[in-house]
Design a protein around this ligand. Structure first.
Ligand SMILES: [Ca+2]
Length: 177
């Protein structure tokens, strides 16, 4: 029997290369969209308060010549979220998180399939009324040959519960987790 050990999470400054053109923050701002689940007859980005929704993306490498080695992901939720990678909790939900301050995560990949899962919570913002909700993500899969593949939230995607929808929200500076 063997026992795995894990490195502790460490919070750092986002590298300037990720803020520059082509970096994960730049690609996130230019290519990803806010999404949520249309429900209750509410107009985007409004959604019921004090409720949570689950989002999941299973990414599979379909090119046997490519070996995925790391993923760098930037994500935010209005209002906060838990992030799971292959079922492992990477980010616990924090009620004090700010939707306009996305986090960047980098983690190793050890197989051709990665499951990104987010439990997204729309907070009450001191009211029980409907309020803005959204999830926004970009992730870069890096391969051993130096190439990469991007995954984004897109407003035209569909979920089992209905059409996700876009909303215009400005996102500020990123923080690394
Ligand atoms: Ca909200």
């Amino acid at each position: 029997m063997s026992r795995r050990t894990f490195l502790p999470l460490e919070e750092k400054v986002v590298p300037s290369s990720e803020l520059a053109s082509g970096g994960v923050y730049d690609v996130f701002i230019k290519n990803s969209s806010w999404v949520w689940i249309a429900e209750g007859g509410l107009a985007a980005p409004q959604a019921p308060a004090n409720e949570q929704r689950a989002f999941r993306k299973t990414w599979t490498n379909t090119n046997p010549a490519k070996v995925p080695i790391t993923a760098t992901m930037i994500a935010t939720v209005d209002n906060y979220y838990a992030l799971y990678i292959n079922g492992i909790l990477l980010q616990a939900p924090g009620v004090s998180e700010l939707w306009d301050v996305p986090f960047v995560f980098t983690f190793p990949l050890s197989s051709d399939t990665t499951v990104f899962a987010i439990r997204a919570i729309n907070g009450d913002e001191n009211t029980i009324a409907a309020n803005a909700a959204g999830l926004r993500v970009a992730a870069r899969i890096s391969f051993s040959d130096g190439t990469s593949h991007w995954v984004f939230t897109r407003s035209r995607a569909r979920t089992k519960r209905g059409r996700r929808r876009n909303c215009s929200r400005r996102v500020g500076a990123a923080r690394v987790r």
